[in-house]
Design a protein around this ligand. Structure first.
Ligand SMILES: [Zn+2]
Length: 430
């Protein structure tokens, strides 16, 4: 072998385009799994098969509570982790004299495979788990968030292989569980030692992500005193009490969103921190004063804020409001206890990704903050691994008729495939 023609960005993009029908077919298959929380097993078996067929070594990484419960970033849950697994497809390069000119850095592509509940199915045009294509978009729960992203990195790797090449450094494709409630799936992979020089998570944002908010979940139970409504004054209404506590929390939300309090990374937003009342339960009988009301709140906060202090601030508002009304209460911190995370756009990885984007798509990338959390925080905050998101454009994620743009899926796949070449380097497959 004398000279090797390593594939140009153009050749890589051509191969990605050629594989687009397969990408759409595989995405349909992925979306047809109803991989809601606790039901991720079947889709992970499917992914295991796909990684096998690509010639990747496959590791199944269970979430083991004892391995992660004392680690920074851990979030508590109320269920058992028996049998919950993340799937990792691993490419280990073999020594080669023929490596494309690159720095040979290792890379993780990570994507979550769990999806959120569908809301009322009758509001959807079709069954949320019967994916279909219409006007260049693929519809279904999880299509954008983020099964298209998972397909993007699978097809990106396949495109390199089909060209007769392999990454010249270690590449790991990870599909994780539990992203939508804690991030403990990704944490379990890091705890097992899966690290790299960079991580990209193709969450449904077509911009390179520079900042994400932190967030906590809490469950507040307010106790009242039941009575017949004919003597309502002798009882204490737990639902009224909970509404009062929520109204006081809204005041705290407004304070955190006050223009002078907005974190510089989120200045472009009028209201970056959302308090979402996601679940509420209370009362037993329409003509009885309810004795208990429970609500679950998701509260956003800025990067750099101390999680403990944020919780203290929330507690002090809840405590004052409940005490005002003479209501006993309980607070439980379950699910997300996630710190905010900033990715400096000047990091070599961020610049390299922008450069690859420019070459692969012939246009300028955008760099942007997002108002949610993603698993990038674990890599960046606790393991010193620069991490960002860049994925296919989607709409109505967590809503009704969620969809993903297939053109954007192709574009992001092009970028990820070219990034394998630019970041990991390539070597001939044989
Ligand atoms: Zn997501």
């Amino acid at each position: 072998m004398s000279t090797i023609n390593f594939p140009s960005h153009e050749k890589i993009c051509e191969m990605v385009d050629k594989l687009q029908p397969e990408a759409i077919e595989k995405l349909k298959q992925l979306v047809s799994f109803d991989s809601l929380l606790g039901n991720e097993k079947d889709v992970q078996e499917y992914i295991h098969e796909v990684f096998n067929s690509l010639g990747l070594k496959v590791d199944r990484v269970p979430i083991v509570m004892d391995e992660i419960k004392d680690l920074p970033g851990f979030s508590p849950v109320e269920w058992e982790y028996n049998g919950k697994e993340n799937i990792i497809g691993i490419h280990e390069p073999t020594p080669s004299d023929y490596v494309s000119n690159s720095q040979k850095k290792s890379l993780i592509f990570n994507g979550h495979i769990d999806v959120v509940p569908t809301g009322r199915d009758s509001l959807w045009e079709k069954n949320p788990f019967s994916p279909y294509v219409k006007d260049g978009r693929l519809y279904g729960r999880g299509s954008g968030d983020m099964k298209a992203g998972v397909i993007a990195f699978i097809i990106a790797y396949k495109a390199i292989k089909e060209l007769g090449f392999l990454p010249a450094s270690k590449l790991m494709l990870q599909t994780v569980v539990e992203e939508e409630c804690t991030g403990n799936g990704t944490l379990a992979c890091l705890a097992r030692g899966y690290k790299a020089d960079a991580c990209i998570i193709p969450e449904p944002f077509p911009q390179i992500i520079t900042a994400q908010v932190g967030l906590v979940w809490c469950r507040v139970t307010v106790q009242g005193r039941p009575a017949h409504v004919l003597e309502m004054g002798s009882g204490v209404n737990a639902i009224d009490g909970a509404m009062y506590v929520v109204a006081e929390l809204r005041k705290l939300e407004e304070q955190w969103n006050n223009p002078q309090n907005i974190h510089p990374a989120f200045k472009q937003f009028k209201h970056p921190l959302n308090f979402n009342l996601g679940i509420i339960n209370g009362g037993e009988w329409t003509s009885s004063v309810p004795c208990e009301c429970t609500f679950e709140l998701r509260a956003g906060f800025y990067p750099g804020a101390d999680l403990k202090k944020i919780r203290e601030e929330l507690v002090s508002v809840i405590d004052k409001a409940a005490t005002d009304k003479g209501l006993p209460y309980q607070i439980k911190w379950n699910g997300f206890q996630a710190e905010g995370y900033l990715t400096d756009p000047e990091l070599p990885m961020m610049k390299a990704l922008g450069e690859t984007y420019r070459k692969a798509l012939n246009r300028e990338p955008e760099y942007s903050p997002v108002l949610c959390t993603t698993d990038t925080r674990f890599f960046g905050l606790y393991y010193g691994i620069p991490a960002t998101c860049l994925g296919p454009e989607s709409s109505h994620i967590h809503g009704i008729d969620e969809s993903v743009s297939l053109e954007s899926l192709r574009d992001i796949t092009r970028v990820l495939a070219c990034f394998i070449s630019d970041w990991c380097g390539l070597q001939p497959a044989h």
